[in-house]
Design a protein around this ligand. Structure first.
Ligand code: AMP
Length: 278
């Protein structure tokens, strides 16, 4: 497994990799969610590259950039065990040198859900992913359904900017009790960790309601809201039933929807989602 830091080293190493090249961009502190993307890439591609970069431009001023968990040595061990060919660990100065002033923005799709709550977040995400795509030049790139809006926004960006890259979205990997795996789960204390299952429980309740025939968007929102209200440690930021393609809030009756939410458990902001009617 080659580990490179500069773009020059990356380009040289990339030239020696077998096609098709699968690419998994991450912010590190890897867990089974990240590794599931790596495994799918490993199965489908001739070689696999992973980037580890905590991208400062996707964090808001009040967010957890400084506290974001990091453990590069552990991450490298996990990636080596998965048979990854190339790991790129660029520095912030490499990605955003002095004088940097070029940004990639996706418009309508980023005005909803996470984009509405985290102004500037997706501008940071699409800018860094475009830069990573340009530098790595993969044939396929793997993203998690856990960050549903991110996957939709990146698919749009990639199509709009003519990247010759197939975007692959992999299922959300969960803990045994349903909590979606996330590097941020490490912030939770024992009581909060128990309370955090409320996201999964409320999404499940709405999926079950949908499967039992409920089609009213507002009723599905209320189903999630009722379960969330039963957890004293949870503070809801948003609950959404939206069109999976446009991400606009649904009204009236739906045939398919992205159910999603952002919930604070203490200071930790957790997101989760499920699709219905797909
Ligand atoms: P991050 O390091 O949080 O930027 O995540 C890197 C990639 O892993 C993104 O495409 C995420 O959507 C994906 N990912 C994170 N958590 C999970 C999970 N629990 N299941 C599946 N994919 C995930």
């Amino acid at each position: 497994m080659r580990i490179v830091e500069s773009i020059l080293e990356l380009r040289t190493a990339r030239g020696q990799l077998e096609s098709p090249l699968g690419f998994v961009p991450t912010m590190g502190f890897l867990h089974e969610g990240h590794l599931s993307l790596v495994r799918q890439a490993r199965q489908e591609c001739g070689s696999v590259a992973v980037s580890i970069f905590v991208n400062p431009t996707q964090f808001g001023p009040q967010e957890d950039l400084a506290a974001y968990p990091r453990d590069l040595e552990r991450d490298l061990g996990l990636l080596k065990a998965e048979g990854v060919d190339l790991v790129w660990t660029p520095t912030t100065a490499t990605m955003y040198p002095d004088g940097y002033q070029t940004w990639v923005s996706v418009e309508e799709l980023t005005q909803h859900l996470e984009g509405e709550q985290r102004p500037g977040h997706f501008r940071g995400v699409t800018t860094i992913v475009a830069k990573l795509f340009n530098a790595v030049g993969p044939d396929r790139a793997y993203f998690g359904q856990k960050d549903a809006q991110q996957a939709t926004v990146i698919r749009r960006m990639s199509a709009d900017l003519d990247f010759p890259i197939q975007i692959v979205v992999c299922p959300t990997v969960r803990e045994a009790d349903g909590l979606a795996k996330s590097s941020r789960n490490t912030y939770l204390n024992e009581a909060q960790r128990k309370a955090a299952t409320v996201l999964f429980r409320s999404l499940n309740a709405a999926v079950q309601a949908f499967e039992s025939g409920e089609r009213k968007a507002q009723t599905l929102r209320e189903t999630m809201s009722t379960v969330l209200a039963g957890e004293p440690l949870a503070e809801v930021q948003y609950i959404s039933v939206a069109d999976p393609d446009t991400l606009e809030e649904s009204s009236g009756e739906i045939t398919r929807a992205l159910l999603s939410m952002a919930v604070f458990i203490g200071k930790t902001r957790l997101i989760d989602n499920m699709l219905v009617g797909e």
